[in-house]
Design a protein around this ligand. Structure first.
Ligand code: HEC
Ligand code: HEC
Length: 207
């Protein structure tokens, strides 16, 4: 399959767009080989020019319902690409988009976005943010970190777009449909809509 973005092969042994390329292994190879890293990063930057239509320049989304990709953790991003590809996570546009990407474009965009800074949002509604902080400190921090930046296995959520966060948390709470995850289902099951509003206000305000 040829690429949507007309990027040149990033390396002599460029990974093809076949489903059997191990994306995690390719990412690890790039992380320990500065030359490969640099060429895949360039590929990723080219791809990102297309994604910018919705996800914004450098992955800081201009739309409240579209996620930032800036500062997102590499392993999490790759896992979401896998979930869109195998139907565990549903979004018609993203599913089509990912089918058209080569393995190197996927790994390249992950390297590119992970390195982009998140633009902090001006603080709003201090009382709601304080309530959200209290809730966050009871559970969410255990996986997403005190600073909301997640880790190797967990998503960065600090500074994420508010509408996207609200919709996502409500999807997990339902426990079935376009996006599910057992850990997040367990952690949202008891949240009221008011809890979600407060946590979203806090998480969005995190730098
Ligand atoms: C037409 C708009 C649009 C374009 C263009 C687009 N995306 Fe998306 N993307 C979305 C929306 C909307 C979502 C949120 C889907 C959902 O969960 O409801 C999303 C979600 C994602 C996610 C999951 C993020 C997370 O935090 O879980 C990734 C990764 C992603 N897109 C990567 C890309 C890449 C890479 C490109 C470019 C090759 C791209 N997108 C182009 C609209 C777009
Ligand atoms: C036990 C670990 C754990 C706890 C506690 C937890 N999460 Fe998560 N969270 C995850 C995992 C794993 C994922 C990725 C799930 C997937 O692939 O859809 C995730 C994903 C998310 C996402 C989606 C990120 C994105 O970019 O789309 C949001 C938002 C989120 N969590 C918010 C929260 C909030 C708010 C809390 C507290 C109420 C919380 N999480 C508690 C493990 C956890």
């Amino acid at each position: 399959m040829s690429s949507l973005f007309a990027t040149a092969p990033a390396h002599a042994q460029s990974a093809k767009a076949t489903g059997d390329v191990d994306l995690s292994a390719r990412l690890q190879a790039a992380q320990s080989d500065p030359k490969l890293n640099e060429s895949l990063f360039k590929t990723g930057r080219k791809v990102a020019a297309f994604c910018a239509n919705c996800h914004g320049e450098g992955g800081n989304s201009p739309k409240a319902d579209t996620p930032n990709l800036a500062g997102q953790n590499p392993a999490y991003l790759l896992e979401q690409l896998r979930q869109f590809a195998d139907g565990r996570r549903r979004n018609e546009f993203m599913e089509g988009m990912i089918k058209a990407m080569t393995a190197d474009e996927k790994v390249g965009m992950v390297l590119f976005y992970a390195a982009q800074p998140v633009t902090p949002k001006p603080p709003t509604k201090p009382a709601l943010v304080a309530r959200g902080k209290e809730y966050y400190g009871k559970t969410c921090f255990r996986c997403h970190g005190e600073d909301g930046r997640g880790g190797e296995k967990f998503a960065r959520i600090a500074g994420q777009q508010p509408e996207y966060l609200t919709v996502t948390l409500k999807r997990y709470r339902v426990g079935q449909g376009v996006r599910t995850d057992p850990l997040m289902a367990a952690n949202t099951k008891l949240m009221t809509d008011a809890d979600i509003d407060a946590v979203v206000a806090y998480v969005t305000s995190m730098p």
